[in-house]
Design a protein around this ligand. Sequence first.
Ligand code: GUN
Length: 648
Amino acid sequence: MFEIKARDAMGRLGVITINGKKIETPTIMPVIHPNPKKQTVSMDLINKLADVVITNSYITYTTPELREIAETKGIHELIDFKNVVVTDSGSFQLSVYGDVNVGPMEIIDFQEKIGVDVGTILDIPTGPDVSREKAESDLLETFKRAKDSIKRRKEMGYKLALNGTIQGSKYLDLRQKSAEVMGKMDFDIYPIGAVVPLMEDYRYREVAEVILNSKMHLPTNKPVHLFGCGHPMLFALSVALGCDLFDSAAYALYAKNGRYLTAEGTLHLEDMKDLKSFPCTCKVCSEYTPKQLFNLEEKEKTRLLAEHNLYVTFEEIDRIKNAIKEGNLWELVEERCRSHPKLLNGLRVISKYMDFIEKHDPVSKKSGFFYTGYESMDRPEIYRHKQRLERIQYDKIYVTSVSENTSKPYHENLSNVPCDVDVLIKDSVFGLVPLNIDTMYPLAQNEVPDLYDFEKKYNNEFVSEFREKHTEKILDISTYNYYINHYGKKKDCDKINPDIFRIGKMLEYQYGAKILDDELMGKVKSRRSKNTGRIRNLLLEKEVLFTLRANDNFLIPAKYGAELLHEKLEFPNYRIVIDSSVEEFARAGKSVYSKFVKDCDHELRPFEEVLIVNSDDDLLAYGTTILNGQELMEFDYGVAATLRGGIK
Ligand code: GUN
């Protein structure tokens, strides 16, 4: 059972409930050695830091003294961990040694027997550098084992949750097929497998592509685990691409080699021993100087270094969670991907997948858009804006530039703008910014540095294409001047109220349809804030239709606004259809649970304003969706939309 609480990029701050125990995602599962004597860091610390750990059922199965304890007292007691225990199946040993002494069903039975919370099928990890034929035949074997494992669980009535690992080597179509086939089986978590060799060789472009090609075909309502990823430097990018779980043996393995983890890369303790202090404030780094730690006896040094590695690993997870809440995960990803050029390869390749990524990226965020470098030009916020420019119903368009130091929102700093022409400002980052919508997120909520010449040219092609597409509506300078002379702000605008014209365009951009027709245009009124002087509401006969939300200038409907949207937007646009059994809860303004979603506008993006209707399209309520269109159809647990009000 997986529920999304907050989100940014494709990253999900969520809660997984397994056997009544909860895991907050994204998170890292420390790898625990099933033999307590071989465990590097104390289980007291692990219990304090982690909601979930991963250990190895195969080692437990093949080591008689461990097996006996596991079979009599259970896996939780063997490793001394109270919350969720995940086990791997021996597949990793299979990839290293070429063979294992256990069968695919035997290991499923064993994982159930020892009380594991989430077990793993005995999948075949296929490395990246094998022939396609080999990758395909391995994949077919993994499919067979997957099917048999699910069947076994069902037949035996096991309560074991199961990991269904995605394989397919470096062949992206095989990854897609793997996700599609495995996604249809009833697995609880989908790990992406056999990425360790890619990560060891810094092949992060391929890692990113493997993640995306898997995610594209996996069900959205199941958590995804990036198997074998334990270096904190990779977490931000992987979370932004939709990975929810990681596992780390790295904290202990690196410590054994004297390596000190940071979120930007790895350092060697030996190289740090002359520093006065560590560049970290964890418990270990505050208590020891580098020299003191370096001079400790080997076992103690390894233990303390492993503790530090674990602290920074969890610290990075917390930083990512906070970035998701604040809506600045892309900024963190861009920062992290600058710490190694090969990571930048990973970031750059994702622009190819923006059509997919954009569907999951929230339409509005708490934080403004910060430009951190050339790669920011390919972020989903910009991709979406360029698409949504086509939602505006243009009559006359004038494309122009403003001087570089004009601050945003542009319209507040320009004079002589006619009120019934769509003036579009060429913008190096956002392509084109229509003056009438220039207060809406992210067009005013952004910070961009002084750009270099090559950056300024980035959108030239986009602007030319836009001009070509709308060529018959584009005004030349003399016609534009005519409009300024007749309808410029200096003269009274007799035909139209500029604020109403503006709100009409904003509604088109936000909802993709004309909401204010000519008749309404003449009737509605706008109201400005006494404090800021900015447009605040749209009213019809003293009733508020919409409020312009202060932070992003989105038009938030009140009851009459929702009714107007319902009238003007064709079914199923901007709608969530719910089951008749919960109609009364919706009318009372209670949250909508995904279990009761019957249908929806499949194009919805996270955090859009939505109408809640029944199967007859009667308006029941209005609110904000947490899930996108695909997720609304796939999730059957947790809140789908929060409501602003019900229609009695
Ligand atoms: N650990 C690291 N990679 C893998 C993998 O592909 N499959 C399994 N089961 N475990 C892993």
